[in-house]
Design a protein around this ligand. Sequence first.
Ligand SMILES: [Zn+2]
Length: 219
Amino acid sequence: MKNEKAVVVFSGGQDSTTCLFWAIKNFAEVEAVTFHYNQRHSAEIDCAKNIASTLGIKHHILDMSLLNQLAPNALTRNEIEIEENKSGGLPSTFVPGRNLLFLSFAGVLAYQIGARHIITGVCETDFSGYPDCRDSFIKALNVSLNLSMDKSFVIHTPLMWLNKAETWELADELDAFDFIRENTLTCYNGIMADGCGECPACKLRRKGLEEYLNVRRDL
Ligand SMILES: [Zn+2]
């Protein structure tokens, strides 16, 4: 893979930044793509821009605002509360079809820039309940992309079977632990690094971090 080109689906959060470091280690040439769809906080876009420029990565920002027309939810509308789980179903942060659309557009971009590899930070382990984060969906989409463009793209999901603590461990192995802890934004309230500490995203991130730090202390 070393001499090939890759595109990373990149939001500026912990997971996709870990994937960006993973891609830099594994591919000769890496570009990042961020989708702009009126995220709750434009801080997310700024954060992604800063990371890409710090790492010297070519960064594409694509306008996906049409998603707001289709999917009013807690990530795209400020007036909707973030809830972890609506009556046992999908969380209020679920945007139907988001990864289907994002990965399809990443595929089109990959075609145009001559990249064979597409990297995404989706994860089936840390349960979020999003169906388009599952391994079976990613594999099916990989086949569809290849058939639709007559290419042999490979979608990589380095985090698919990792829990949050193991994602921190991977960051550490990639010598990116401090960088990711300090420069990424996961918080639903738009606060960088360790975040607000109160929202579901912060709680999940902190729990994984504490677990990993406990493991590291024991080494
Ligand atoms: Zn938060």
